[in-house]
Ligand binder design. Structure first.
Ligand code: TMP
Ligand code: ASP
Length: 242
């Protein structure tokens, strides 16, 4: 698969065209940002870790019949993915109260939510990714009602599948963010990445933060934590293989 021109560069990834118009190359960077780019840094080896973790999770989700854009890992930091027309909505699923939910509710950090909470945010850096409702999504025609229904069901299924995956690795899946797009046949597909950049993971024994919050909150041991999460995914050392 030949890498052609750069299509899009985000804060943590670059998308390139390939010789096949239905396939893109997604490269993971070590760059890290937080608070809509106000805090900037690099996390050594993050590109490698996030590529490996995302690839494994997409393969795992595919085994549960969740369609994802993942095609193949082609280098330490690159994967090929299906070219999708992205829906400009960030879909957040929460199991435990943390992050921005603490500012928008009476929950304290660590409160277990009575049921998984589904939230939608407009993907628009200039507007600071504001929270939006299902009605806003339909009114602004960000996607059809049927697609919204499909991606919402997919997000809750992904949560159920991932919760037990992470439980077996002694990790609490606190919350995570997903992005969806449509393939050339109009089917809703999971895109983007799933990694410690886009999820909150807490060690189930100690409640230690095992994700990008270590960078956001200057908690230290950032690189080591990303590598620890990569090893847990593959159940190296500490865990028996699946
Ligand atoms: P939040 O609590 O800041 O709203 O974040 C919820 C989840 O979404 C958390 O797991 C981190 C992830 N996330 C992203 O992947 N990208 C973002 O830009 C933000 C703000 C959060
Ligand atoms: N990645 C986002 C940014 O740069 C936010 C975050 O993950 O906290 O702002």
């Amino acid at each position: 698969m030949e890498r052609k021109s750069k299509l899009y560069e985000g804060k943590a990834k670059i998308l390139y065209e390939t010789d096949d118009p239905t396939v893109l190359l997604q490269q993971f960077k070590d760059d890290a940002t937080a608070f809509n780019g106000k805090k900037k840094g690099t996390i050594a080896n993050k590109g490698y870790v996030n590529n490996q973790i995302s690839a494994h999770l997409y393969r795992y989700l595919a085994s549960y019949f969740i369609p994802t854009h993942f095609l193949d890992v082609i280098s330490d930091t690159e994967m090929t993915v299906t070219n999708l027309q992205m829906i400009p909505v960030e879909v957040v699923v929460r199991n435990i109260a943390a992050g921005s939910l603490l500012k928008r509710s009476d929950h304290k950090e660590g409160d277990v939510l009575p049921a998984p909470l589904l939230e939608y945010f407009l993907k628009d850096d200039a507007k600071n990714d504001p929270q939006i409702t299902r009605e806003d999504i339909l009114e602004h025609e960000l996607c059809s009602e049927e697609d919204l229904e499909t991606l919402s069901r997919m997000a809750l299924k992904i949560n159920a599948v991932m919760k037990s995956f992470w439980q077996r690795r002694n990790i609490k899946l606190v919350d995570f963010k997903l992005e969806f797009g449509k393939n050339k046949d109009g089917k809703v597909i999971l895109g983007d990445e799933i990694s410690p950049d886009t999820c909150r993971f807490w060690d189930a024994t100690t409640d230690e933060k095992m994700d990008k919050d270590r960078f956001r909150q200057d908690l230290g041991q950032v690189e080591e934590t990303y590598e620890n999460m990569r090893r847990r995914v593959f159940m190296e050392d500490v865990f028996e293989s699946e």
